[in-house]
Write a protein of this length. Structure first.
Length: 120
């Protein structure tokens, strides 16, 4: 078992803070409430039932305690990738900061002229 592995397990416990899942290799891990799904979880019992089969991804294995942290949310987000949005660049034209660089001398002159006129 390694971080990133995707495994099938069975829900063996439901607590207010998360869901315990028994994995196919006999390990029991915890899916913390923040890793159950994207967004707010109002009632864990509405999402999971004891004995339910779930697919999980290992997100951490504590080498000292042997505890395994699992996620269902990471698998959900894997299927719903949003397109990347860039504030200052365009993937199509590869502008980057070039337009800002070109406009900076004009903006600087305008600002200095404004300040000179304000004091006159």
């Amino acid at each position: 078992m390694r971080t990133g592995d995707k495994l099938i397990g069975q829900v063996t416990g439901i607590q207010p803070y998360g869901v315990f899942v028994s994995l196919e290799n006999g390990t029991v891990g915890l899916v913390h409430i923040s890793e159950l799904k994207t967004g707010y979880v109002d009632n864990i019992h509405d999402l999971f039932k004891l004995g339910q089969e779930v697919t999980v991804q290992i997100i951490d294995i504590d080498e000292f305690t042997g505890k395994t942290s699992l996620s269902i949310r990471s698998l959900e987000e894997e299927h719903h990738r949003l397109p990347r949005k860039h504030r200052f660049s365009s993937d199509k034209r590869k502008f980057g900061f070039e337009p800002l660089k070109k406009a900076m001398p004009v903006w600087t002159k305008e600002a200095l002229d404004f300040l000179d006129n304000r004091h006159s």
